[in-house]
Design a binder for this molecule. Structure first.
Ligand code: GLN
Length: 196
C-alpha cells in the first residue's frame, strides 16, 4: 500500500500488554514509522498513538503505574490523534459498562461500551463489514469484543455490524471494537493515518 496520510509519521503503539506487535506491522504497511510506548519518555515527539487490544483492566492498571495515564490524558486534550482497538476502544470510551470498579478510561470519545458485550458463548467471531469510503469489505476479527451501546451526537460511525457501530471517530480519536491488525489489511490504519 502507498503512504496514505503522509510518509514518515511517527506513531506510538502502547506496548504495556496485548496485541501491539501486529499493530506495528500494519502501521508500517500503511507507511508510518512506529515506536513501542512503555513509559512517558516514549511519548516524546509522537504524531499519533495506537492503543491495542488486550485486557483493558490490566492496561488501565499499567497505565497508572507506569505514569503514562496522566501524560496521555494531557496529549489527548492537546489533540494527539489516537486509534483504539478492542481493549483500546474501552480505554478511550466515555463510559464503560461491566468494567471493574477501579478501571479507568480517558473519556476521549463520546461512546458507551459494554465489555465482552457480544456474550460469553461467542467469545470470538469474524465478519466482513462495510466501512465508509472503502471500496470492498473489511474482514473484522472480534475477540471478546466490547459492544457499543450508545454513541454521542458528535461521533461519526464509520462501520456497523447488525446495526451496532463497530468503527467510529470523533475528531482526532478513532476506535474499532475488533482487531484490525490481524489480517494484513492495513486500510483502517491508513484511514487513521489520514488524521495524523
Ligand atoms: N475483553 C477485553 C477487555 O475487556 C478486550 C478484548 C480484546 O481486546 N480483544 O479489555
Amino acid at each position: 500500500m502507498s503512504n496514505v496520510g503522509g510518509p514518515h509519521r511517527l506513531v506510538g503503539v502502547l506496548a504495556l500488554q496485548g496485541a501491539f506487535v501486529a499493530h506495528e506491522r500494519a502501521l508500517a504497511i500503511a507507511g508510518a514509522n512506529t515506536r513501542q510506548v512503555r513509559q512517558p519518555a516514549d511519548l516524546e515527539g509522537l504524531d499519533g498513538l495506537v492503543m491495542p487490544g488486550g485486557e483493558s483492566t490490566t492496561m488501565s492498571r499499567l497505565l497508572t503505574t507506569s505514569g503514562l495515564y496522566d501524560e496521555i490524558k494531557a496529549l489527548l486534550s492537546d489533540g494527539l490523534p489516537v486509534f483504539g482497538t478492542c481493549a483500546g476502544m474501552i480505554l478511550l470510551a466515555s463510559e464503560v459498562l461491566d468494567g471493574r470498579p477501579d478501571q479507568r478510561s480517558f473519556g476521549a470519545i463520546d461512546v458507551s461500551v459494554r465489555r465482552n458485550g457480544y456474550g460469553r458463548q461467542v467469545d470470538s467471531f469474524e465478519a466482513d463489514i462495510d466501512v465508509v469510503d472503502f471500496d470492498r469489505t473489511f474482514h473484522a476479527v472480534f475477540i471478546r469484543a466490547p459492544k457499543v451501546v450508545r454513541v454521542g451526537p458528535n461521533v461519526e460511525v464509520l462501520a456497523e455490524l447488525d446495526g451496532v457501530p463497530v468503527v467510529a471517530r470523533q475528531g482526532h480519536v478513532m476506535v474499532a471494537s475488533f482487531h484490525p491488525e490481524l489480517t494484513g489489511d492495513a486500510r483502517l490504519h491508513a484511514r487513521f493515518l489520514q488524521e495524523v
